[in-house]
Design a protein around this ligand. Structure first.
Ligand code: CA
Length: 229
């Protein structure tokens, strides 16, 4: 899965960023301080893009984190999160080795567009480029958000599409109902786990050969569901 590090000390901004990146198909690793961010990068060497807030409460600010990351990793993509009043930060941020910056407040579309672009440039997987995830007999088109089974269009709601995207990004992985709810509906949606079950039941009717004996979306008892092949 496509991993992005999110360093931001303000919890509400961080969860806004995380929710939107998850919706766009990214796995997010969160950090609230510079030290935490560096530790997470050591634990997750497969992180391809890091979002770094500049103003942090501790000794280490976003620039310093950026410098330290660059000292040992030239390939990772780095986007600085700046406040509007920090015009100088943009310049300094780019000089310390950041690839891009996003100015707060930013829209979800702007944020994911920047991350997508940088992810592609840093040699992420081809899924973003092609706009398709092919797992025969299924073909998911991520540009126009459609699903085909054996070349036949399967009509999905936006929520069902998002569930399919989550499954097809994570083949063979058991996903908890909480994880599905958070990713598809968002962490602050106050959604209920039953909603997940209802949507899965509907999805099975649409995509399974025999919905009473599902083979694509299997149940992981007491936990959640798995896109199984
Ligand atoms: Ca901050």
């Amino acid at each position: 899965m496509k991993k992005v590090l999110v360093l931001e000390d303000e919890a509400n901004i961080r969860s806004f960023v995380v929710i939107n990146l998850k919706r766009a198909g990214y796995e997010t690793i969160e950090a609230g301080t510079g030290e935490e961010a560096l530790a997470q990068l050591r634990r997750n060497p497969d992180i391809k893009v890091a979002l770094l807030d500049i103003m942090l409460p501790d000794d280490m600010d976003g620039f310093e984190v950026c410098r330290r990351i660059r000292a040992s990793d030239s390939k990772i993509g780095i986007i600085m999160l700046t406040a509007r009043t920090q015009e100088m930060d943009k310049v300094t941020g780019l000089m310390t080795g950041a690839d891009d910056y996003v100015t707060k407040p930013f829209s979800p579309a702007e944020l994911t567009a920047r991350v997508d672009a940088l992810y592609r440039r840093t040699g992420g997987d081809v899924e973003v480029d092609s706009g398709e995830i092919s797992q025969p007999p299924f073909l998911l088109n991520t540009r126009n958000r459609t699903l085909e089974k054996n070349g036949q269009r399967v009509k999905l709601t936006q929520v069902e599409y998002s569930i399919m995207k989550l499954f097809m990004d994570n083949p063979g992985k058991a996903l908890s109902r909480d994880e599905i709810l958070d990713t598809v509906w968002g962490r602050d949606s106050f959604g209920e786990l039953k909603t997940v079950d209802v949507n899965i039941r509907r999805l099975r009717i649409k995509i399974e050969d025999d919905p009473t004996n599902p083979t694509y979306i299997t149940t992981v008892w007491g936990y959640g569901y798995k896109w199984g092949f």
